[in-house]
Write a protein that binds this ligand. Sequence first.
Ligand code: AGP
Length: 621
Amino acid sequence: MCGIVGYVGSATPSTRPLDVALEGLGRLEYRGYDSAGVALVAPGVDTVHSAKKAGKLVNLRNELEASPLPHATASIGHTRWATHGAPSDVNAHPHLALGGKLAVIHNGIIENFFSLRHELLDMGVEFVSETDTEVAAHLIAQQYEITGDLTAAMRAVAQRLEGTFTLLAVHADAPDTVVGARHDSPLVVGLGDGENFLGSDVAAFIAHTREALELGQDQIATITPNAVVVTDFDGQVVQPKHFTVDWDASAAEKGGFWSFMAKEIADQPQAVADTLLGRTNESGDLILDDARIDESVLRSIDKIIVVACGTAAYAGHVAKYAIEHWCRIPVEIELAHEFRYRDPIVSARTLVVAMSQSGETMDTLMAVRHAQEQGAKVISIVNTHGSTIPRESDAVIYTHAGPEVAVASTKAFVSQITAAYLLGLYFAQLRGNMFRDEIHTVLEELRAMPQKIQEVLDRGERVREIARWMVDTSSVLFLGRHVGYPIALEGALKLKEIAYIHAEGFAAGELKHGPIALIEPGQPVFVIVPSPRGRNSLHSKVISNIQEIRARGARTLVIAEDGDEAVTPFADEVFWVPQCPTLLSPLLTIVPLQIFAAELARAKGLDVDQPRNLAKSVTVE
Ligand code: AGP
């Protein structure tokens, strides 16, 4: 959703503030947006200079080329994902007030904007846009008139706003200052040498610095070229947590691939390997990151609830099979947006596991808070350092997938599954459900997975050929059983979100309870076949399912383990994956489905990295 950049530096006015803002907005494009804008301030200039355009960033760049803005010392930049008012030039951010002396950008939704807008209208304030942000701009303007201080003005307004917001403001009279406030919406500080940055995530400034500060809930950062002061909404100075970003700008670039999604699919062996790194202490025992939770509490839990959305929820679904098998603790999967609305049974002996690539998904964050209010402890599995969900959790396992730019999640998914395996093994160790050597055997099997994922990638050309051949397909079904079931759901989601094709995933056993009615001659159906070396009854039941749909004319596209010749008589096409333990197989079986979706979308000429209507980071409920 909205992307935010703030910069202050150049002692003398230059093009750097604008360059940093545009570069940062380019890196935030992946969040999804429909318009973009910038505002600049410089000493001795009476008003803010700004430009904004609906559509892609290129429209703003063209506008700036046609009508260049003067040199500056500070900047703010914004990519907007429309909530209040259509995606138009006028509704794009920044929004100006005080006759153009103040500029404000905003991410989130101001829920009490309607009453605030009426209050301002009654005072004679004129609005030019339909946005909730313009309300904030006029309120900050009024407070600035009273206090003459941008931070104080921001604080006064932050206390009045309801909903979610990250707000950044600049004022023409303070050309060495950018002020940012956050409430339930992301904002991080980047630390430079004689310059400082603000961003909705570190991608906004990663080309300039890897040193960063996490801002807590309800905090305000005031950045000047040589200082960063963080205060809470009551004005008390707080010490933010410093962190160093463990990836650099090149990790967030396409690196020769035709799309970020293609690169991120190819990055998966590394992402899994990195997620497995450094997980044991000197005695070889598994450890958690940032554990603020007593081991005795974890030993006493009698139920786990995984809360997550979309792809992360499917990773949670895979986790259920592994954690229940290894630890004998019941695991429920709950879509985070449903969790707090159904009066869930949660106690001090419930552990909630929140899974999120971004660490900012509002639905998941709200589920975390609800769980904590009910007395549960929360462990999060998150990819983005400095984000809100890990900061509010009682313990964290960071996935080390690196930046995921494409809206369709791929490497974050396999990293989430890997981290969930580590969590399951950690519990098994803590609660004594498995012997040490059994845990070490599984860890060894896990360490072999990156190489096996690479083998699946190396076999990808046949999947791509089939995808190109199926470019006109209007519907694809996916069947799986056991850990193959969430993979069927994820395969269908990938196809829906980037290729805009009707796709459904089913548990194969459910077929005869309804979905088999959809099968007609030529209907393509992917089937994920469990290993014949596992529970044989499961394997043979899926083979029967393939026969049932084949008999009704389905075109069967089968994902099966090397050497499983039982599938070949019933498969129109087989995509082979290396042998591995059944519980770990999702790390392999998802890969052909990701490649298939990406290639089919590419063959249709679609933008796979920024699919329509979707945002990478869903920061509103
Ligand atoms: C995945 O391809 C999606 N775009 C989406 O379902 C995503 O996984 C979901 O919104 C959760 O995001 P998170 O992991 O950042 O919380």
